[in-house]
Design a protein around this ligand. Sequence first.
Ligand SMILES: Cc1ncc(COP(=O)(O)O)c(C=O)c1O
Length: 393
Amino acid sequence: MTIEQYIETTMKESSDPVCAYVYDLNQLRRHAETLKQSLPSFCRLFYAVKANPDQRVLETLGPIVDGFEAASEGEIRKAGRIGSHSILFGAPGKKDREIEAAIRKEVEYINIESFHDLNRVNEIAGNMGAVLPVLIRVNLRKDVPESHHMMAGTPTQFGVDEEDLPLLIQTAEKRKNLVIHGFHFHAMSNNLDAEKHMKFIQTCVEKTKAWREKYNLEVKVVDVGGGVGINYWNPSEPFNWEELAAGITNFEAEMDGLKLILELGRFMTAGCGSYVTEVLDVKTNHQRPFALIRGGSHHLRLPAAWKMSHPFRIHKIEGWRYSFERPGVRQRAVTIAGELCTPNDVLVREQPVEELRAGDVIIFEYAGAYAWTISHHEFLSHPHPDMVYIDRS
Ligand SMILES: Cc1ncc(COP(=O)(O)O)c(C=O)c1O
């Protein structure tokens, strides 16, 4: 089945407007395999569950990735259902029961994000009779490339300030129920520059080697997090993954026995998902054309959150079910808005279209990551979109 076949079949079967997330699991499988095969054996590929925790998505990735990065007890549970995979658990504000769940699930590493986090994880591990391998999440002071969202290189709620690291390591060495196995550096979201990403990885490895030496640690792992981006503004110029994979491969001699961990979210799943919605109305307001769709930012919040136009294509529908004139625009820059009662419910701002009519269907591409999962589904109590899976079986 293709997306277009799904649209045509659904429109024949129901008079309700089309509204669905369509996940192409074949595309996801091929993409994930390509990523995995391009990386050397010293680099482990994890999937950040938060990008899209859909069960079928996780099941598809399960046989391909080295494990899952989980940021809550719920994500630990979802990743745990996929089988005997390595799980990394990290969150800036952890609850005691989450730490207990992570210990019971025998996650491979827990991130430490502050002094209090260190003490709490140590005490809970002690109460449960465990000695935990941990990664210290560091908020670097500099050398973090500029990108859409910055989690490090700037004051944020994430990780331990690089300046506090000596004291934190000293404190950790006095704690009996945790062992430092490495450092975690997730620092940015949606970086589009492969060369800068490689430089960031080099910085993380150099820092880790220096701290290993200076503090005489048994460090094994450098976790550089995710942050590889999707070019929503110009999809024909994507992040140069081949350049990054080659850069990592050529870096083997510098790793000095360390393992590298990537935790990809957006770059793994964005491309497999499409949000497919029917145009309900087309009108002009203050001389500007607007198309209103079934659905909106309560299903796909990303463009409203980032104040951007989401990439889309139009699937034309030739039939028209009413007796009166079909509204539409030709050769205009159109704004595509949703069905909510807020002017923020905009998915596309003044983008040129050849023709767009009520009853046509818009396919929003790159909607497989931080899309449905970050949206406020219950606002206005509209029905949820269908979840549709294109799979070989
Ligand atoms: C700790 C951690 N790892 C990995 C990721 C995934 O990042 P991305 O989706 O940008 O690849 C995130 C996202 O916020 C994160 O917080």
